[in-house]
Write a protein that binds this ligand. Structure first.
Ligand SMILES: CC(C)(COP(=O)(O)OP(=O)(O)OC[C@H]1O[C@@H](n2cnc3c(N)ncnc32)[C@H](O)[C@@H]1OP(=O)(O)O)[C@@H](O)C(=O)NCCC(=O)NCCS
Length: 146
């Protein structure tokens, strides 16, 4: 089941975040990033097993699924929930994060352009669905680091 984030979800979200990223967001980073964003969680038997944060334009700033629940289309459903509302989606992905790139390709995201050293020592690949195009580089929403 997909529902809106509640503060009591933080404990599990921070656990998933730590197991999913080499530079995980702190609770305060989550609070900062979700101020003007949609923050959804995926729940299985009352337990949060995934989450997504995006803004109203479909700019995804964070998505992760508990490793034990991956490859069950939970990530797919979270992105589809966003795209169902925004019709567009855009995300920056570490050049080295091939799993995430395969994931977005499976959702028909296209590779758009690279942002050199977006992560300090690594480039970001921008991937997008629909109306975001190669000339639309307005996305300056500071966001996820992976
Ligand atoms: C990326 C992530 C959110 C995907 O979540 P998920 O629920 O496992 O993804 P899904 O089950 O919806 O996968 C959909 C498709 O994506 C592709 N995919 C997903 N994981 C993959 C993997 N490890 N290797 C290759 N392709 C993969 C496959 O095509 C998959 O379809 P299939 O299982 O029928 O082959 C999850 O791997 C994750 O949390 N990764 C760590 C955090 C991260 O990198 N987030 C993205 C930051 S931009």
């Amino acid at each position: 089941m997909i529902r809106e984030f509640k503060p009591r979800d933080f404990k599990k979200i921070l656990q998933i975040e730590k197991t999913s990223f080499r530079d995980p967001w702190s609770k305060w980073e989550f609070l900062y990033h979700c101020r003007h964003s949609n923050f959804l969680v995926y729940e299985v038997d009352g337990e949060v097993v995934g989450y997504i944060i995006s803004n109203s334009n479909g700019h995804i700033s964070n998505i992760a699924v508990d490793p034990e629940y991956r490859r069950n289309k939970i990530g797919t459903k979270l992105v589809q929930e966003i795209v169902g509302k925004t019709k567009n989606a855009l995300v920056e992905v570490r050049k080295s994060n091939k799993v995430a790139q395969e994931f977005y390709k499976s959702l028909r995201f296209r590779e758009m352009y690279f942002i050199p050293r977006y992560y300090g020592n690594e480039d970001a690949l921008v991937m997008a669905l629909s109306n975001f195009d190669k000339n639309n580089k307005k996305s300056n929403y500071k966001h996820r680091k992976d």
